[in-house]
Structure formats: structure tokens, C-alpha cells
Design a protein around this ligand. Structure first.
Ligand SMILES: *Cc1c(COP(=O)(O)O)cnc(C)c1O
Length: 396
């Protein structure tokens, strides 16, 4: 921790816990204290730490080949793309590494589609985003972030984005014009505090995008791959976007692996030389990604996450008596607002850590709970007990 502080950049403010080992939903620190991991790598660890099937796939691939670059073919990329496209019900996959890279890829794809297919005049494309969004950390992405900490002092900013209130379909329609190529949306806003839009919003976005010949681009980097109690949060709302952006859990908590998934008519505007990545779709990541897709194919993890939604809600609802003033639960995912007079989300997370639960504040007095999808009702009882203790110690 001291070395990290001395030699590392201070771009995070971690809780004072130094993790040494982890398995499933549990992590252990360098002093042997155990914690229930209720952040799960911001949902990058949906399958828990070191899931045996994922470790086996990674280990096997480590013994074969790890990197080829895309200058050559390798035998993992095709099957990975096929399996992921099938899972998503789409035709084509473009693999990248980080989530932000996949978002950038989707933005590039949408602009290029706008010029080459929709016929938008060169340089005029606009993309509509939602207030409160989080899509990553690149210059273009933070250009349309309303989070001042993420945004300020990084200008000049990338033009071509228009932000509208999240959950307001009328505001979205008013912002669409003939130069609009895409709507980029999180089906549930994770970093904003697990904000679930009103029922009917996502179907309305879908309808508006179809009506105005605009691509609906769903950033499912955090909401997707089981977290929302379905393979995709869009799907749970009965919506099929034109483009999925995936990341986080796609790499199984082992490798960074992200992807843009869409149909051929959109994907094929990208041609050799127009976009790429040295590590994107590398054999190790692709082998892990195949194993991740295999874990999701039967659907029982998604069903478990959906079943745990009510279990989580039933346990958290009574905590309103102990200073919980807001609660949003969607799948195995909860945004919890603490009474601000009791403390900040950070204060609560420090208490939780001291009580053996790892969680992270999103902002202000809001924390997010997103344990691995493998968490059991007994472990949720344990979490509730520790959360109750932590709330009580804040109000004491
Ligand atoms: C985490 C996240 C990103 C960025 O992913 P990185 O891998 O950190 O670049 C983008 N969109 C959403 C919705 C996310 O949760």
C-alpha cells in the first residue's frame, strides 16, 4: 500500500484493504481477513473469482498460444465470435480489450454507418447520449460526461454529442435530427447508482431509433451478461438494440476483453485498415471469452440472478428503518442511498469493509451492491447482517 502510494498515480482512492487471494465470492487480505466481494470488479467478476471453468480455459490456452496479433489468423477467434454472436442473436463481433475501447469502436462504427449508409453529410454526424451516463474514460467519452471530476480540465472536447435526460423519450425524440446516427444508452445506469429507467422507456427508444433510422447502441458493459437477471438488460425490457457493447464480465475477471456485437449490415462498414487493436481478440482472451459464453448459454446463472432480485429486495427493504433512504434493485444489482446526514457512501463502505463486506460508493451517499452471480441466499443473509451492523454504527 505504501509503495503504491509512493510510486503509483493517485487516480483512485481505494478502501484500505489489500487483497492477496480470492475464490468465488470471497477475497482474503494480506492479514488473513475474509470479505464478501459485493463489488465484483464493477461486474467484471460476474462468475466469481477464479471460476474453475474459466481458469481451466485460460490455463489450457496459456499452454498453446497467447498472442498472434491480427496480422495472422488463430484458432480461437472464429469460435469466440460465432459463440458470442449466437448468444446475442446477432451476426458479427468486433473484439477489443477495455470497455472504453469498445464504446469508442461503437461510436466510430455509428459515425461511419451514418456517412456510408444513412448518407449523413461528412463531418455532421451527431450521437445522442443520456445525462448521468458512464461510458469510460477516453477523451471522446468524457467529452459527453456530466461528471465534472471525469470531465474537467481535459479539453478541448470531442464535438458531435448531444445529451438528454435519461428516461425521457420525448426529450430524446426532440434531440433527433437528420444528422443523428445513433443513440448511445445504458439500459440501466450503473455508475449513476443503478438507475433503472421507467417501464416503457427502452421500448420507446427502440421505436424512435427505428422510426428515424438511427442506431440504438446499448452499452451493456456493466448491465449485460447476467447482472440484470437476463443475458442483457435490454432483453429483459423486451428490446433488441442494433448494437451491443460488451466488456467487463466478458473477460471472466481474467483478461480485459470487450466487444461490439451487431449485424453484418452495420459491421461491414468497417473494412481492413479502418479500425483495429493489437491485443483485441487475442487467443488467450478469446479462449476465456468462449468459456464465459459457455457459462451463459444454459441461462441458469441469469435465472439465479433474477431469483436473487426479490431475495435481495426483501432483505434490503427493512433497512429503511436504519438510514437507507433509497433502494433500486434490478437483478443481482442494487443501488442503495444512505441518509446523507448519517454519512457518505464512502463512510458506509469503510464500515462495511471493517465488517467483512467489500462494496464501493458510486457518488455522494449512494453505494452499489453487485456480488458475483453465484452468490447464495445464505450469503445474502450474511451481507444483510453486516450491512445492518454498518448502518447502525453510522447512526450510533
Ligand atoms: C466500466 C464501464 C465502461 C468502461 O469500461 P472500461 O473497461 O473501464 O474501459 C463503459 N461503460 C459502462 C456502462 C461501464 O460500466
Amino acid at each position: 500500500m505504501d509503495l503504491e502510494n509512493q510510486y503509483g498515480a493517485h487516480n483512485y482512492h481505494p478502501l484500505p484493504v489489500t487483497i492477496a487471494t480470492a475464490e468465488g465470492v470471497w477475497v482474503e487480505d494480506i492479514d488473513g481477513n475474509r470479505y464478501l466481494d459485493c463489488l465484483a470488479g464493477y461486474s467484471a467478476l460476474n462468475f466469481g473469482h477464479r471460476h474453475p471453468a474459466l481458469i481451466a480455459a485460460a490455463t489450457e490456452q496459456l499452454g498453446r498460444v497467447t498472442l498472434t496479433s491480427r496480422a495472422f489468423h488463430h484458432d480461437q477467434l472464429g469460435p469466440f465470435c460465432a459463440d458470442l454472436a449466437t448468444l446475442a442473436g446477432k451476426e458479427a463481433v468486433l473484439p477489443m480489450n477495455s470497455g472504453a475501447e469498445a464504446v469508442e469502436t461503437a461510436l466510430k462504427l455509428a459515425r461511419r454507418w451514418g456517412y456510408l449508409v444513412k448518407g449523413v453529410p461528412d463531418g455532421k454526424a451527431t450521437i445522442i447520449v443520456a445525462d448521468g451516463n458512464f461510458h469510460g474514460r477516453t477523451i471522446s467519452i468524457i467529452s459527453f460526461s456530466g461528471d465534472q471530476e471525469a470531465h474537467d480540465n481535459y479539453g478541448p472536447y470531442t464535438p458531435g454529442f448531444r445529451s438528454v435526460p435519461y428516461g425521457d423519450a420525448a426529450a430524446l425524440e426532440a434531440a433527433i435530427d437528420e444528422h443523428t446516427v445513433a443513440v448511445l444508452i445504458e439500459p440501466v445506469q450503473g455508475e449513476s447508482g443503478v438507475i433503472v429507467p421507467p417501464a416503457g422507456y427502452l421500448p420507446a427508444v427502440r421505436e424512435l431509433c427505428t422510426k428515424h433510422n438511427v442506431l440504438m447502441v446499448a452499452d451493456e458493459i456493466q448491465s449485460g451478461l447476467g447482472r440484470a437477471g437476463a443475458t442483457f438488460a435490454s432483453g429483459r425490457a423486451g428490446v433488441v438494440p442494433d448494437v451491443y457493447i460488451l466488456g467487463k464480465a466478458l473477460g471472466g475477471g481474467i483478461m480485459p476483453l470487450s466487444a461490439v456485437v451487431t449485424d453484418r449490415a452495420v459491421m461491414d462498414v468497417i473494412t481492413p485498415g479502418t479500425h483495429g487493436s493489437t491485443f483485441g481478440g487475442n487467443p488467450l482472451a478469446a479462449a476465456i471469452g468462449r468459456a464465459v459464453v459457455k457459462l451463459l448459454e444454459p441461462g441458469d446463472l441469469q435465472a439465479h440472478a433474477l431469483a436473487m432480485e426479490q431475495e435481495l429486495r426483501d432483505r434490503l427493504e427493512p433497512l429503511r428503518a436504519h438510514g437507507l433512504v433509497g433502494l433500486r434493485v434490478h437483478g443481482l444489482w442494487a443501488g442503495v442511498d444512505l441518509d446523507p446526514t448519517l454519512g457518505t457512501g464512502r463512510d458506509l463502505c469503510e464500515k462495511l469493509a471493517a465488517n467483512g463486506v467489500l462494496a464501493k460508493d458510486t457518488h455522494g451517499s449512494t453505494i452499489r451492491l453487485s456480488p458475483p452471480l453465484t452468490v447464495t441466499p445464505d450469503e445474502l443473509d450474511w451481507l444483510t447482517d453486516r450491512l445492518t451492523r454498518s448502518l447502525k454504527s453510522l447512526s450510533a
